[in-house]
Design a protein around this ligand. Structure first.
Ligand code: FAD
Ligand code: SF4
Length: 350
């Protein structure tokens, strides 16, 4: 049987590649980046929720497992320009100029972090101490801990603003990014642990620490770590020259609030991968209304796309957590193997 092509080597793609190889089948894993691991590795996440494991160990371990598998051929710095044929007999043209024959494909191409400059009134790009959750993750994973980028001092007051680039119709992003409430509560607890004198506020519209995360993150952050939650509509983030000033309305008491901080953190959302139009054209798959790769069915073929033999997993389909991306990678591997086998049976009969 021809190998299965997996595009994208983040948590979903690493999981799909491992699952296919576990079944004794060959895999070609193509990633446009030079480094495998997807967002948790390339963007330098720190401790993951809900496991508490460091991203470099947890996802780094998944990378090593795939790199060490003789059935997995890795093509770094590679995209797919054209994908022709049918299940069991596709030909993919890679950006390296190579043409490869594969039996099925799984798109695990993930998401693009929301760029906070698209929300200029909240100070990112204007004030150096307005940062993103990704930057705070990097501060922890580098071992430096949390500091104000303007002068390196440890913050005494931190505000985390939720839903930056999510649930915001004004900037065309209606979706909830699913994991940022939980990630923010986790970062707030880590800041409090590292800097016990630091006051941490979380500004929210609603809290969506879904499922079991409610107890472990929402309540734990308030009861054990004394993180303060304010239900608010934020108007703007400015500066008085010394402190950052967060202005808005407390929507519980319906009063304006103006509070000074040393650091403001944008809990950025998950945008559709900016490559999706090009991926849709190359693979002949449909995108859903926001620009994620559309699934063909919710129940009967959850890994399917609009094109038979091309499957999808992880945040390529919309905001996803790492554990769900990994599960979807396994499911897509099984679906791809079934399509490849059906194609192989047809090929043998002809
Ligand atoms: C700040 C932040 C913190 C987070 N922390 C957590 C957490 O603690 N726990 C949790 O469960 N979730 C967390 N998430 C969500 C997590 O990042 C995603 O669930 C996860 O990265 C999805 O994995 P994926 O493999 O689907 O996509 P990605 O991680 O985005 O990987 C996609 C891969 O595809 C490659 N690729 C993209 N386009 C192409 C292309 N055209 N051709 C070839 N390759 C391509 C990329 O280079 C990348 O390697 C966090 C998200 C954010 C924004
Ligand atoms: S998970 Fe929370 S912060 Fe993220 S978009 Fe949804 S409600 Fe907003």
């Amino acid at each position: 049987m021809k190998p299965i092509l997996i595009v994208g080597g983040g948590p979903a793609g690493l999981s799909a590649a491992h699952a296919v190889a576990q079944m004794g089948r060959r895999v070609i894993l193509a990633d446009k980046a030079e480094r495998l691991g997807g967002a948790p590795i390339v963007s330098g996440y720190a401790r993951l929720v809900p496991s508490g494991e460091w991203a470099k160990d947890a996802i780094g371990g998944m990378v090593k497992r795939v790199e060490g598998n003789a059935l997995v051929e890795i093509r770094r710095g590679t995209t797919v320009e054209r994908f022709a044929g049918e299940p069991g007999a596709f030909v993919a043209r890679l950006s390296s100029g190579a043409e490869i024959e594969v039996s099925a494909a799984v798109l695990c191409t993930g998401f693009t972090h929301f760029d906070s400059v698209n929300k200029p009134e909240w100070g990112f790009g204007t004030y150096p101490d307005v940062v993103t959750t990704t930057q705070v993750e990097q501060m922890f994973s580098s071992g430096k801990g949390v500091y104000c980028p303007s002068d390196g001092r440890r913050p005494e007051r931190v505000a985390i603003l939720l839903c930056v680039g999510s649930r915001d119709r004004q900037i065309g992003r209606e979706w909830c990014s699913k994991i940022c409430c939980t990630v923010s509560a986790n970062l707030a607890m880590e800041i409090r642990e590292e800097l016990p004198q630091c006051t941490v506020y979380i500004y929210y519209m609603d809290i969506r620490t879904f499922g079991l995360y409610e107890g472990a993150y929402y309540w734990e952050s308030q009861e054990k770590h004394k993180v303060k939650y304010i239900k608010a509509r934020i108007a703007e983030v400015t500066s008085d020259g010394k402190k950052l000033i967060v202005k808005g309305e407390d929507t519980l008491v319906k009063r304006p609030i103006t509070i000074p901080f040393d650091m403001v953190v944008h809990a950025i959302g998950m945008d559709p991968n900016t490559d999706n139009p090009a991926l849709a054209a190359a693979f002949g798959v449909t995108l859903e209304k926001y620009g994620h790769i559309a699934k063909s069915s919710t129940y009967t073929s959850m890994s399917g796309t609009s094109r038979p033999g091309v499957f999808v997993a992880g945040a390529a389909t919309g905001p996803e957590t790492i554990d769900d991306s990994i599960a979807q990678g396994q499911a897509a591997a099984l679906a791809a193997l079934a399509a490849a086998s059906a194609g192989g049976i047809k090929e043998a009969a002809e």
